[in-house]
Design a protein around this ligand. Structure first.
Ligand code: CP3
Length: 358
C-alpha cells in the first residue's frame, strides 16, 4: 500500500508528531478534516460498494481503503481514521441511522429513564471493528505519515443524542445544560468515560495521536463552557493518562472565539484546532505561545479557488511559525470541493512553507 503514496523515507520522521510534541518538523505538517469523503469519486465508489455509510464505517477493509484514498492523491502528513463520532452513541444503544439527504437520526435521550436505558458496560468492546481498521491503516501507511484516531467531544455527542439528530439551534440540549438537569450531567459523564476507553483502544491499535471534535462548543457561555467543554476535555486527557496512554490530544472546539485562549490553557490538550473566523494573527500571537495550533483555512476558499485560496494559504503560512502549526481547514471539506483546488492548496502550502524558512 505504501508504495502508492508519497514516501519521504523514515529519516524525515512524522512532521505532525514533531509539532505536537514540541520539535521542529522537517516541513509544516498538513492534513484536512473530511479528507476522505464525497468530493472524491473513489470514495463515492467504495461507499456504493459498502452499501451504506454505516456499513462502510464498520468494514475494516473498506474503511481503511477510504482512509488511504486522499493520501494517494495529495502529499499529506497524516491519515485520519475513517469512522464517525456517532458510533459511540450507537454502541451505547441510542440507535443510529443515516437517511439519504437527511443526516443522522438517533433515539432521543431526554430524561433519567432514557439515560438509564443506555448500556455503558462494554461499550468500547462493541466498537472492536474500528480498532481493526486502525490496525490495518497503521500497517499500510508510509513512515512519515501519522495516524489520527478520533471521537466526538461529550458536549457535541450529547447534542445529537438529546436532539435525536442534527438541529440548527440545539435548544433542548442547551436548556438541559442551563438548568443543570441531573440526567444530562449523567449523560455527559457516560459519553466521557466511553470516549476515554474508545480512544485508548484506538491508540493501542496503532493511532499516533487523537483528535476530539467539539463541533458545537460555541453553544455555551461563561460558566457552562467550563462545565460542559473544558471539564470533559480535561477528564478525557486525564483518563487517557490513567489508562497508560501517552499520546498528544488535539482539541477541536469550534466557535469559541476569544474563549479559545481559555480552552488552550485549561483543557489539557496538546494542540488546539481553530476555525476560520478566528484571526490568524490571534492564532500566532495569543494561542501559539501556549500550545501548537491547527487550522484554520476557510473550506469555502478551497471550493472557490484562487485568488482567495492562494491568499488565504499564504497568510496562514507566513503568520504562524512552522514548528507551532498544523496546516488544516477550519472545518471539513464540502462535498462540492473541486479536487484540483485541493491540489493547488497543497502546492501553495509547500511553496510558501519552504520560502518561509530558507
Ligand atoms: O475524513 C475524516 O475527517 C474522517 C472521518 C469523519 C467523518 N465524520 C466521516 C463522515 C470524521 C472525523 C467525522 C466527524 C463528525 N461526524 C463530526 C465532527 C466534525 C464535523 O464535521 O463537525 C460530526 C458532527 C459528525 C456527525 C455526522 N456524520 C453528520 C452530521 C453527518 C451528516 C452530514 C454530512 O456531512 O453528510 C455525518 C456523515 C459523514 N461522516 C460523512 C462522512 C464522510 C458523509 C457520509 C456520506 O454520505 O458518505
Amino acid at each position: 500500500m505504501s508504495g502508492e503514496m508519497f514516501d519521504h523515507g523514515p529519516e524525515k520522521g512524522k512532521a505532525l508528531m514533531d509539532v505536537l510534541e514540541g520539535r521542529m518538523p522537517w516541513r509544516r505538517p498538513a492534513w484536512f478534516m473530511r479528507q476522505a469523503g464525497r468530493y472524491l469519486p473513489e470514495y463515492r465508489e467504495t461507499r456504493a460498494k459498502a452499501g451504506s455509510f454505516l456499513d462502510l464505517c464498520y468494514d475494516p477493509e473498506l474503511s481503511a481503503e477510504v482512509t488511504f484514498q486522499p493520501l494517494r492523491r495529495f502529499d499529506l502528513d497524516a491519515a485520519i481514521l475513517f469512522a464517525d463520532i456517532l458510533l459511540v452513541p450507537q454502541a451505547l444503544g441510542a440507535g443510529l441511522s443515516f437517511n439519504a439527504g437527511e443526516g443522522p437520526v438517533l433515539e432521543p435521550v431526554r430524561s433519567m429513564e432514557d439515560v438509564l436505558r443506555l448500556k455503558p458496560e462494554g461499550v468500547a468492546d462493541r466498537l472492536s471493528s474500528i480498532y481493526e481498521t486502525v490496525a490495518r491503516i497503521s500497517e499500510g501507511l508510509p513512515a512519515h505519515v501519522a495516524l489520527i484516531g478520533f471521537c466526538g467531544a461529550p458536549w457535541t455527542v450529547a447534542t445529537y443524542m438529546v436532539e435525536g439528530g442534527g438541529s440548527p439551534e440545539r435548544l433542548r440540549t442547551r436548556m438541559a445544560a442551563a438548568r443543570g438537569e441531573e440526567w444530562f450531567d449523567r449523560l455527559v459523564d457516560i459519553i466521557t468515560e466511553a470516549s476515554i476507553e474508545y480512544l485508548a483502544r484506538q491508540v493501542e491499535a496503532g493511532a499516533d495521536t487523537v483528535q476530539v471534535f467539539d463541533t458545537w462548543a460555541g453553544d455555551l457561555g461563561d460558566g457552562l463552557r467550563e462545565k460542559y467543554v473544558i471539564r470533559p476535555f480535561r477528564r478525557i486527557v486525564e483518563g487517557l493518562g490513567e489508562r497508560g496512554i501517552d499520546v498528544p490530544v488535539i482539541g477541536f472546539a469550534r466557535g469559541l472565539g476569544a474563549a479559545q485562549e481559555q480552552f488552550a490553557r485549561e483543557s489539557g490538550v496538546q494542540c488546539v484546532g481553530c476555525s476560520w473566523p478566528l484571526p490568524v494573527d490571534y492564532m500566532a500571537e495569543v494561542l501559539a505561545p501556549i500550545c501548537p495550533v491547527q487550522g484554520n483555512l476557510d473550506p469555502v476558499a478551497v471550493m472557490a479557488g484562487d485568488p482567495y485560496l492562494r491568499e488565504a494559504v499564504e497568510r496562514i503560512v507566513r503568520t504562524i511559525p512552522r514548528e507551532r502549526h498544523v496546516f488544516n481547514l477550519g472545518h471539513g471539506f464540502k462535498p462540492e470541493t473541486p479536487i484540483e483546488n485541493v491540489e493547488r492548496m497543497v502546492a501553495w502550502l509547500r511553496e510558501f512553507d519552504s520560502a518561509d524558512t530558507t
